[in-house]
Design a protein around this ligand. Structure first.
Ligand code: ADP
Ligand code: MG
Ligand code: MG
Length: 308
């Protein structure tokens, strides 16, 4: 395809939140596009410094280390509040209190290992949707030692905020893609954006293509961050009931109005499995999804905007 006369496309990438982020924007003023993209990346880096549990000085790390009520920034409050809603809706499948469990498995480290049942039981002490309470700008943990982890929702949130900055700069067509957490502004060259969904077992092969405008689409899978021991795949999405990697799905893709919700819902549906996960997505207005079960079977919601 060709861009209309005077129309420019600017695309830049950067490493943020542990992943390669690509921002694309369209418009007739290249300087405007460039400055807006810079602001969007700066915002994502700022949010990473606030929300990451890998950075010892982040607000989330300080919250995890604090024994008392914690006064948090509006962004952290907004994100925990959204996460709590999805935690409740998913009966606790989405859980922002699994920080100790995540550290125990250390899936993304050099030497991940399968922990013992005793270690897992200790890491699961006191976790759950009720363990993190909000009161105005304060966060309360039910147990002082509770470790907070927003890894299942923060990337989506940062993608939303980056897109909001592009919009505020007057841009009407843009995409932000953080390793599969995607938010889309407007159309692409007068047509919906066409977004390919990666096959969870065939690298480089697409499972489906979706046609989307002004939407977010997020995929969660067991194929990107995992290790193998004795022929078993151990990945980074945990079932809070067992403390083990969730076993019912290979991948979940969620389409929603915002990427933060899509991110958390994808993690939740992955834990719930195809039947309950699909039920959760189908219940929510304006949300669609595509789930690949552990046997490779495809499950999708009734309104998935699949391109032919
Ligand atoms: P991706 O890494 O592709 O963004 P997810 O959005 O599913 O995948 O996020 C996985 C991360 O979410 C994990 O690395 C961990 O930080 C966190 N997490 C793991 N299990 C859960 C869970 N049951 N609920 C909420 N967050 C989780
Ligand atoms: Mg994610
Ligand atoms: Mg997620």
């Amino acid at each position: 395809w060709r861009l209309p006369p005077g129309e420019q496309q600017l695309s830049r990438t950067a490493l943020v939140m542990g992943t390669l982020v690509e921002i694309k924007a369209f418009g007739d003023d290249e300087e405007q596009l460039d400055s807006a993209i810079s602001k969007a990346f700066a915002e994502m880096t700022r949010l990473e410094a606030l929300l990451s549990s890998h950075q010892p000085k982040s607000e989330i790390s300080r919250l995890s280390n604090s024994a008392d009520e914690f006064v948090a920034s509006p962004e952290t409050i907004e994100l925990i509040s959204l996460g709590r809603k999805i935690a409740e809706r998913s009966n606790g499948a989405f859980d922002m209190t699994l920080g100790a469990l995540k550290k125990l498995w250390a899936i993304e480290s050099e030497n991940p290992q399968v922990p013992s049942e005793e270690q897992i039981a200790v890491a699961l002490q006191g976790v759950g949707p009720e363990a993190l309470q909000l009161d105005g700008n304060r966060v309360r943990k039910k147990l002082p030692g509770l470790q907070v982890d927003l890894g299942g929702i923060a990337k989506g949130y940062a993608v939303d905020r980056a897109l909001a900055l592009l919009r505020a700069a007057g841009i009407t067509s843009a995409s932000v893609n953080a390793g599969g957490d995607i938010a889309l502004l407007g159309d692409h060259d007068g047509r919906p954006w066409r977004i390919g969904i990666q096959h969870p077992r065939k690298s480089g092969e697409l499972l489906a293509a979706l046609e989307l405008s002004d939407r977010a689409v997020v995929s969660s899978g067991d194929y990107e961050r995992f290790f193998e021991q004795d022929g078993i795949r151990y990945h980074h999405i945990f079932d809070p009931r067992s403390g083990q990697p969730a076993r019912l799905c290979q991948s979940v893709t969620v389409v929603a109005a915002d990427a933060a919700s899509a991110d958390a819902l994808a993690t939740a549906a992955f834990v719930l499995g195809p039947e309950e996960g699909l039920q959760l997505l189908e219940q929510l207005p304006d949300v669609e999804g595509l789930i690949i079960a552990n046997n490779g079977k495809e499950w999708q919601t009734s309104g998935l905007p699949q391109s032919q």
